[in-house]
Ligand binder design. Sequence first.
Ligand SMILES: Nc1nc2c(ncn2[C@@H]2O[C@H](COP(=O)(O)OP(=O)(O)OP(=O)(O)O)[C@@H](O)[C@H]2O)c(=O)[nH]1
Ligand SMILES: [Mg+2]
Length: 644
Amino acid sequence: MCATVSSTKSIIIGTAGHIDHGKSSLVEALTGTHPDRLEEEKRRGITIDLGFAFLQEAGVRFGFVDVPGHERFVGNMLAGAAGIDVVLLVISADESVKPQTREHFDICRLLGIQHGIVALTKSDLVDRETLDLVRLELEDFLRNSFLQGAPIVPVSAKTGAGLVELKQALVEQARQVTGKDSSRAFRLPIDRAFAVKGVGSVVTGTLMSGQVAPEDEVQLFPSGAKLRVRGVQSGGKNVDRAEAGQRTAVNLAGIDHQDLQRGMTLAAANRFRATRRIDVKLRLLPGVRKLKNRAQVHFHAGSFECMAEVALIKNALIENAELSPGDECFAQLRLKQSVLVLPGDRFIIRQSSPLVTIGGGMVLDPLPRRLRTREASRREFHQAVERGDQPEILSQLVARSLFGLSLSEIPARTGWTDAEIQQTTQILANAKRVRIVAAEPPLLFAATAFEALLKKLAERVERFHKENPLQPGIPREELRTTLARRLRPEIFRAALEELSSQKRIELQGELVKRAGSQISLLPEEAKAKDQIEAAFAAAGLAVPSVKEVLAKLTVEPRRSEKLLQILLRDKALHRVTPELIFHRDALAELRAKLSSYKKAKGERISVPIFKDLTGITRKYAIPLLEYLDRERVTRRLGDERVIL
Ligand SMILES: Nc1nc2c(ncn2[C@@H]2O[C@H](COP(=O)(O)OP(=O)(O)OP(=O)(O)O)[C@@H](O)[C@H]2O)c(=O)[nH]1
Ligand SMILES: [Mg+2]
């Protein structure tokens, strides 16, 4: 991934940790904004839903996502956790590690979060010895995780102790974070939707990739509705453009806020597709119950949540499989509702009773085929996605698209940029693994499948000629319907053109025929053809020039030239020199004359006698004799010929 295009880095910090450990208080102490915004939150003194705050520090724009610690609101926590770059794991010094500390931490690991800081909050409530003890406990807790060796900063929201150190640690982490990629297609999972008086419908979310600006056309998923962006805010201010890694609010035209909700996604228009079936790599947390095939789970991805059925794919077999705690395997998830996800997206699964996080993983294929019992190719595809092997991924996508893969279908299946698609397509085309069939948009066809199609087509044409000897050729449409009905017309056309350029078939108007089979002529063409033949037949050996003969015809030169070619190909006429053409009968008669001459006068014949015998001038005699030599009717011997 490349870095964001802006000079200022935008980083999302997400809190995590057990209820009442001081997450919201810490966000307020750092940013000056208390993230709890609901009336109920203020009344109960707990966080229920996501809260947001901003901080600009040392050239970094920090967007804070504050999550609830209460076990009943882990669903809300997940909606916020999906977009974070750096986790701020909040652990109260007087309570240390508690159940939701563990669960939130597990979730961060399953989401593949790479960076984080531990804040030991409420440091004002404990003495130094307790602090040191908790720190030791934490080092143990974090061992062998992405937070091993991460800064553990004691802080107090009450006294302000440690805040300076914590900010420094945040800036330091921000330097190490790669950040989200602004150069990829725009994607914003919606975590809030509401109406603002005088402004209209607004959605907010963490900008996962790409950019968004006023007047952009965007697409809402899963509905697919196309909408216009009226305005964009980031960090509470109107901006010309928001970029990946920023908390972003988008004001949308043409939709009621009632039709927008958390879990939907706003994305670049005309690239993606929502799905209800996804292939994934699934990992089960240690210490949970084993997962049975066809288990029902809660599925969370981005801000989306729904019920899903898990089909385990083990050793290419799906029957009777189960997944043990701590293990991982490929699986297909069947979702109760549609969602927009792309390869590489992380997800979490939770079980129903008790409602706890049990695992998660990565989306490998957002638009897979249905599962069949044994499928080696699916596993190969999954492995290619895991490796990020783009040529192999595309090659397999093309191979499984029996009727061609349109370039326009690739983004929804891969999430790739247009440049990546172009480049990968070229690699495969150069290696002759795919054919690019000219169409708008271009279609990719597996080279082997295309060869098979050519073979099948040629066989069909051949069979038609055998079964219909009097018909000049098979009509295109008839030929097409004898093949797979779902074959795209442009592929059919490309295959015909390829066969024709290989001179295996001929295309004549609507007819397809075997190369070299008799061409059917229009009446006027048939007449002209007869006229040409008659002219040469009548001339005997004193033939007229080709030009003279063709000039007398009613059809235009291009067609008459073709008719001449047909006569030559059918051997009614013979070309003796580039200028001289003779009728087959005249040449046969000549051979007969020579053979009776040989019988009567012997095998030798001179040029003058040949002229007398045939009644032709030298102009015809010499080329004809040379032709006869070539045909091994005569052989030159000094000035004479030997008749063979
Ligand atoms: N003494 C002391 N109290 C604190 C500190 N930080 C938070 N508190 C208190 O701890 C209680 C919980 O703080 P919150 O910030 O709401 O905790 P939280 O982690 O956001 O809680 P949930 O969002 O509900 O999970 C409040 O009464 C705070 O005043 C601190 O550093 N020192
Ligand atoms: Mg809170």
